[in-house]
Design a protein around this ligand. Structure first.
Ligand code: FAD
Length: 390
């Protein structure tokens, strides 16, 4: 039997679930297709995957009626960016940028769970778990989605939010351009002797950045970017040896570590879909683009895609109207392309050959000299209009 919806969203990760919650909250009939289980409530130690959420992302989540638990998130008001050899330094402050804070750090699982809790409250949302798309075909007024559990769904628009390896993107015949940075990011959750304040810092070194993302209390999420081989060697270290390696390599401001809580490594690449839309089809989040995580923007721009698409759908008559989908593509491709280019240049400026690194130092010094430019940069990075008075 065929189930009809206004919109089907494939992928119930943070971006797909956020779009489902926003559109379900606005009264649309939504089918959310997720190949895994529904997320379970986070408890105990903090999960390894942490993301920053900026002002626009937080406003979008709030607009869906979703509440994030304060006890598992950490607001941050300063971003400190500096070079290991002390040649470049720039401190960004939320207050100077006209904002109360830059946003929060939150576990991916906490956000995803909160969104799914919201979906449970919305009568117009149906979640189909443990299933994935097999085929999809478009007709004039609807698109069909055949699932691997034997069900067939139909909707006026199908949205692919199924991550970097998107099945929906593949079924729609949309190719991607991609680039492998040949780097791994080792994420290490730690407990520290010193309290970790409301500052997130990033220290550039010729082999890759070292970053500290604050978590509530005396905890932090460290991100150690390095070559594949160097990270693979570090993965072999036991906790004591890893602690010593971190205390030696990371800036002294981190202080002593009292515990390594968890660790894992992730490959770093960028990827961009050739197009975000097809007939009654749209791609959002990592299904459409993957950016270098050094600026903590991948999830944010995915949520901004969802925000833009939701606004266009809410204002229009037919969620799959091609002209509206074109508007979505125009707005989001330009913004995402700019973010891909910015994170790519950061990577090459700070980890490239010496002349490039000197240029990187100069850009940090210039940012310090021109507070207005700094303020506008931070507002832009937060998804806010830097030309609007607030
Ligand atoms: C080391 C690292 C650090 C990062 N830090 C940050 C940060 O601080 N801030 C930030 O903004 N971003 C950050 N990012 C990026 C961020 O994690 C991603 O952009 C974000 O997770 C993308 O969310 P998504 O929902 O689009 O995709 P995903 O999180 O990949 O979710 C996809 C969902 O679709 C489901 N799915 C997959 N295939 C199918 C299928 N065939 N059928 C049905 N369901 C399917 C999956 O089970 C999953 O639930 C970081 C990334 C890395 C690698």
């Amino acid at each position: 039997m065929q189930q009809d919806h206004d919109i089907i969203i494939v992928g119930g990760g943070m971006v797909g679930a956020a779009l489902a919650a926003r559109l379900g909250h606005a009264g649309f009939s939504i089918g959310l297709v997720e190949r895994d289980d529904a997320p379970t409530a986070p408890s105990g130690d903090y999960d390894l995957r942490i993301s920053s959420l900026n002002a626009r992302s937080l406003a979008f989540i709030k607009a869906s009626g979703t509440a994030l638990p304060e006890e598992r998130s950490c607001p941050f008001r300063h971003i400190d960016v500096f070079n290991q050899d002390g040649s470049g330094h720039s401190l960004f402050s939320a207050e100077e940028s006209g904002m109360e804070d830059f946003g929060i750090f939150v576990e991916n699982l906490t956000l995803q769970y909160a969104l799914w809790q919201r979906l449970e409250q919305l009568p117009s949302v149906t979640c189909y778990t443990h299933c994935a798309p097999l085929t999809t075909i478009s007709a004039t007024s609807a698109r069909l989605l055949e699932l691997d559990n034997g069900k067939t769904l139909s909707a006026r628009l199908i949205v692919g939010a199924d991550g970097a390896q998107s099945t929906l993107r593949e079924l729609a015949g949309i190719s991607v351009s991609s680039y492998d940075y040949h780097q791994l990011a080792m994420i290490i959750n730690v407990e520290t002797e010193l309290p970790q304040q409301d500052v997130s810092w990033q220290c550039f070194t010729p082999t890759g950045p070292l970053a500290m993302l604050p978590l509530p209390g005396q905890r932090a999420s460290l991100v150690w970017y390095d070559s594949d081989d160097a990270i693979k060697d570090r993965e072999q270290l036991d906790d004591e040896a890893l602690k010593t390696a971190i205390e030696t390599a990371f800036p002294t401001r981190l202080g002593k570590l009292t515990r390594i809580v968890a660790r894992a490594s992730f490959p770093i690449k960028r990827q961009h879909a050739q197009r975000y839309i097809g007939k009654r089809l749209a791609l959002i989040g990592d299904a459409a683009h993957v950016v270098h995580p050094l600026a903590g923007q991948g999830l944010n721009i995915g949520l901004h895609d969802a925000d833009t698409l939701a606004e266009i759908i809410i204002q229009g008559r037919d969620p799959g109207d091609y002209v509206n989908l074109l508007r979505f593509e125009c707005q989001r491709r330009a913004a995402n392309q700019a973010m891909i280019a910015a994170t790519d240049s950061f990577h090459h400026l700070f980890t490239g050959a010496k002349p490039l690194r000197q240029l990187g130092d100069l850009s940090l010094q210039l940012a310090e000299r021109f507070p207005l430019a700094k303020r506008m940069m931070m507002q832009q990075a937060n998804g806010l209009n830097p030309f609007k008075r607030r």
